[in-house]
Design a binder for this molecule. Structure first.
Ligand code: UGA
Length: 442
């Protein structure tokens, strides 16, 4: 099959590369000439494990290419995927659909035979129908169907998620479009991945409902964590035990500094707006957004308390600033709230992150960037773990404590067992939702 992928952001690039690996002929289009040049040179603009190798393999096989020429890519394509950004619109929380509609207009002009125009971007209910109207109005001769094909991949595990999905969701209106979509995803049938075929509106809703549900699950355990801290319960034990109930499930029950990233904050906010617009307020989602914000701010107090009420003049080592491990993505990362607050309170902040520096340098002015956790901890008054990179999971705690001016740890991902931290010589420790400790002042 011949496929055009419009937009080489996270979802567009990963989907384009993976679809070419299925054996399809894929042309990825981007309006940014520098990005196209970079990709053509074989450079991957994002950090995603395995993506560079997979991209190189498929370029070499002649199945994958990059261009700025949308019309050329759409020419003769069986399917045109729209995978452009849908950021939160400034001021009102709505998804900004400017790029999606502009792409639809350009695709309409370029269509020269039957093609399915597939929206992969996360878009509010009703958008696919609108895309269809735009194409029909722009090019009344165009022969096409629209399809909604939301993506469920996670950053850092994107290739595996695309290649081994729990399900593929396809919203269509005609059997012709359904057949094309089935052909595109046929390679997954070997892995028994169910293809859920729905109408357009349900496919659009599934994506928001899935992300809002996962954001709710995380926020629920974060709220339980707050109560655990007050009552002496341990949220890790609580999460493990409730997660063993098959109806609840163990995933996405890790308490932490609140969810971040390019999707959950944007999509929960968009769902809340969709609810308001339709006279059905999404009260659970609205509360999730507010609680997540509170959880994030609470982390600042945690660090202040751990440091005896003030960080003024103190050196804080921050391990991890990306919103999760295995990505260089800093969008809506908890670090963007926590680090500036610490600097504002007078702290000197040293940061170590395996991939975050390139983006982080622009977003976190005033911090010192280092590459080694022990160097960052030397002479520090507190080590704060913000992202659970593998590099931070097996630290030599004695060495770390020995290097510090005052050995204190804020473990905001609950990586370490407080007993091990105490045994290594730390004076104070705070996790999320479980007992910390603080040695009495000498
Ligand atoms: C999320 C969804 O998991 C994907 O299914 C979806 O396709 C994607 O959004 C999207 O809409 O594009 P992603 O944002 O890459 O993927 O990352 P997640 O692994 O879901 O993590 C999101 C945030 O939740 C991170 O800040 C993470 O640290 C946090 N989280 C996750 C927790 O605090 N606790 C958990 O138990 C799990």
């Amino acid at each position: 099959m011949k496929i055009a992928m419009i937009g080489t952001g996270y979802v567009g690039l990963v989907s384009g590369v993976c679809l070419s690996d299925f054996g399809h002929e894929v042309v990825c289009v981007d309006s940014d000439p520098r990005k196209v040049e970079m990709l053509t040179r074989g450079e991957v603009p994002i950090y995603e494990p395995g993506l560079d190798t997979l991209m190189a393999r498929n370029v070499q096989a002649g199945r994958l290419s990059f261009t700025g020429d949308l019309a050329a890519a759409v020419h003769g394509a069986d399917a045109v995927f729209i995978a452009v950004g849908t950021p939160t619109r400034r001021g009102d929380g709505h998804a900004d659909l400017t790029y999606v509609f502009e792409a639809a207009r350009q695709v309409a002009d370029a269509l020269d035979g039957y093609a399915v125009v597939v929206t992969k971007s996360t878009v509010p209910v009703g958008t696919n129908r609108k895309v269809g109207e735009i194409i029909a109005a722009t090019n009344p001769q165009a022969e096409f169907d629209v399809a909604s094909n939301p993506e469920f991949l996670r950053e850092g595990a994107a290739i595996d998620d695309f290649m081994r999905p729990d399900r593929v969701v396809v919203g269509v209106e005609t059997t012709r479009a359904a057949d094309v979509m089935r052909d595109i995803y046929r390679p997954l049938s070997l892995r028994d991945a169910p293809i859920v075929t729905t109408d357009l509106e349900s496919a659009e809703m599934i994506k928001y409902a899935a992300n809002a549900f996962l954001a709710t699950k995380i926020t629920f355990i974060n709220e339980i964590a707050m109560l655990c801290e007050r009552t002496g319960a341990d949220v890790k034990q609580v999460a493990r035990a409730i997660g063993l109930d098959g109806r609840i499930g163990s995933k996405f029950l890790h308490a932490g500094p609140g969810y971040g990233g390019s999707c959950f904050p944007k999509d929960t906010s968009a769902l809340a707006r969709i609810g308001q617009d339709n006279g059905v307020p999404m009260r659970i989602t609205e509360t999730v957004i507010a609680v997540n914000d509170h959880v994030r701010r609470r982390m600042i107090d945690k660090i202040l308390d751990l440091c005896g009420g003030s960080v003024n003049g103190k050196a804080i080592a921050v391990l991890g600033v990306t919103f999760k491990p295995n990505t260089d993505d800093m969008r809506e990362a908890p670090s963007l709230t926590i680090v500036p607050a610490l600097i504002g309170a007078g702290a000197q902040v040293r940061v170590v992150d395996p991939q975050g520096r390139r983006e982080g340098e622009k977003l976190l002015p005033g911090v010192t960037w280092l590459t080694d956790p022990y160097e960052a901890a030397t002479g520090a008054d507190c080590v704060t773990i913000l992202t659970e990179w593998n590099e931070f999971r097996g630290l030599d705690l004695e060495r770390l404590a020995g290097a510090m001016a005052v050995p204190r740890m804020a473990d905001l991902r609950n990586i370490y067992d407080p007993r091990d931290v105490a045994a290594a010589g730390f004076e104070a420790y705070e996790g999320v939702g479980r007992g910390g400790f603080s040695a009495p002042a000498a």
